[in-house]
Design a protein. Structure first.
Length: 255
């Protein structure tokens, strides 16, 4: 059995994965709205976390990250890659699985401490790194595709061309107008036609959310990314809400 975790500033998602059956037995979300004390209490009383697991994997969302080609990467310069203060930040790095580069990132230390203290044997990676690798894996050969992960006020975007990683960025937004401005500007910089380019959405928001209705006014080929078909999903709710929880699915794909 594996325990899979994903933690951002507002929510904590966990899943129990049965390795023998190759199936997700459950996926649950704890909304804590930046109240980490509430999250800690929920973790302490959750029965699933008192069980033994062969492996515990987790991702945390990092506000500061970049991708460096392998040929240019030198771990001595990781602070310089992020323009970070050595006294204030502790950047780290991970080698990507599906593209020839490293993700250098500075984890949110308060979130990281919660995971380390609560789950002793956890292996933590940056969500940003998993998102890029997962997008490459899920992309189609010979196509130009944009992948977008949208949360309440943050979105990640990557451009994959013929299964080659081209572009990544992350934005915070305060309203739908800001989101549209940042997103459409990305397409403009990449010289992609919003009428023709394929946009793959990953989100834990409902499909009916206003942000998607507004995006459809500008984007013709917009798709909610379906869950990977190499796994089984024992819970009917997981099966029905197949476009959600890609932050969990991607951890197995990119392990």
């Amino acid at each position: 059995m594996k325990l899979l975790l994903d933690l951002n500033l507002n929510s904590f998602t966990y899943s129990v994965f049965n390795t023998k059956r190759n199936s997700f037995e459950k996926i649950k979300v704890i909304q804590f709205g930046k109240n980490t004390d509430y999250l800690k209490k929920e973790i302490e009383k959750t029965e699933d976390f008192k069980k033994d697991y062969n492996q515990i994997l987790g991702t945390i969302h990092c506000s500061k990250s970049t991708f460096i080609p392998t040929s240019l990467f030198d771990k001595k310069y990781i602070h310089d890659y992020l323009n970070s203060d050595k006294k204030l930040n502790s950047p780290t790095y991970i080698q990507q699985k599906f593209t020839d580069c490293y993700c250098v990132y500075s984890p949110n230390q308060s979130l990281e401490k919660i995971l380390i203290r609560s789950f002793k044997k956890i292996q933590i990676k940056a969500f940003n790194a998993i998102f890029v690798d997962y997008s490459i894996h899920m992309s189609k050969q010979g196509e130009k595709e944009i992948f977008v992960y949208i949360n309440n006020n943050i979105f990640h975007v990557t451009y994959v061309k013929k299964k080659k990683f081209i572009f990544y960025n992350e934005f915070e937004f305060n309203n739908h107008t800001e989101f549209l401005y940042f997103f459409m500007n990305c397409l403009n910089i990449l010289e992609l036609d919003p009428v023709n380019v394929k946009i793959n959405i990953m989100t834990d928001l409902d499909k009916s959310n206003t942000i998607f209705q507004k995006l459809k006014k500008y984007i013709k080929n917009l798709y909610f990314l379906k869950k990977p078909n190499q796994f089984l999903y024992e819970n009917e709710k997981i099966e029905y809400m197949g476009y959600k929880h890609h932050s969990i699915f991607g951890q197995l794909i990119c392990e």
